[in-house]
Design a protein around this ligand. Structure first.
Ligand SMILES: CC(C)(COP(=O)(O)OP(=O)(O)OC[C@H]1O[C@@H](n2cnc3c(N)ncnc32)[C@H](O)[C@@H]1OP(=O)(O)O)[C@@H](O)C(=O)NCCC(=O)NCCS
Length: 173
């Protein structure tokens, strides 16, 4: 079943406790679902080829995970881990499944995996207007490191560079 055939539609409330959420590495067969979510989530979406490259096993520093509910991909995230630095480059939840706690669970899983892989410092860029994402990251202890001016090429918007200086002290129970 494709993401746009999901039983849950916008406006129909659901609770995460009723969603059976599991996580696994992204595979080639996930890409069509991932692209639907990517296009509904970002004004400058990644291409299918960028995802293909990101899951290429030769890129040992590149990690893509998906959140699956009822065998359907409803969210995903990508991070790069180089010399202990974890860069979260992409994270999105299907519109149909937002505000159910999926983003929170996905970010927690990502941080647990990154720490398990010896990640120490974690950082990411977020649009200054992206209140939802900013609030999510704040809940995990991300702090504003600096502002990257005119970081986004589509509208010249600034980015907050958010970071957690030391993942080892993060409480992720
Ligand atoms: C940001 C995003 C991943 C959040 O996913 P989500 O599954 O809806 O988030 P959750 O339900 O887990 O909510 C976690 C927290 O995020 C914040 N949040 C999420 N949506 C919000 C909204 N619309 N407005 C304000 N805060 C919001 C809240 O702090 C929330 O905690 P709370 O439920 O205790 O209030 C999702 O909105 C999304 O995919 N957006 C488009 C892609 C994107 O912007 N990615 C981030 C790029 S840096």
């Amino acid at each position: 079943m494709a993401i746009d055939q999901l039983p849950l539609q916008p406006g129909q409330p659901a609770q995460l406790t009723t969603l059976n959420l599991t996580f696994r590495p992204m595979t080639l067969s996930d890409l069509s679902s991932v692209m639907v979510i990517e296009r509904q989530s970002f004004s400058t979406p990644w291409s299918k080829n960028t995802f293909r490259q990101s899951i290429d096993k030769k890129r040992t520093y590149s990690h893509c995970l998906v959140a699956v509910c009822e065998e359907i991909v409803i969210a995903y995230a990508h991070f790069v881990l180089i010399s202990g630095d974890v860069h979260i480059t992409n994270l999105a939840v299907a519109k149909t499944h937002r505000r159910l706690g999926v983003g929170k669970h996905l970010l927690k899983e990502l941080l647990l995996q990154a720490r398990e892989m010896k990640g120490e410092l974690c950082f990411l860029e977020v649009r200054v207007s992206n209140i939802a994402a900013y609030s999510l990251y704040q809940q995990f202890g991300f702090q504003v490191h600096s502002i990257r001016e005119k970081y986004y090429t589509d509208n010249g918007e600034d980015a907050y560079l958010l970071w957690i200086p030391d993942l080892s002290v993060l409480k992720l129970s």
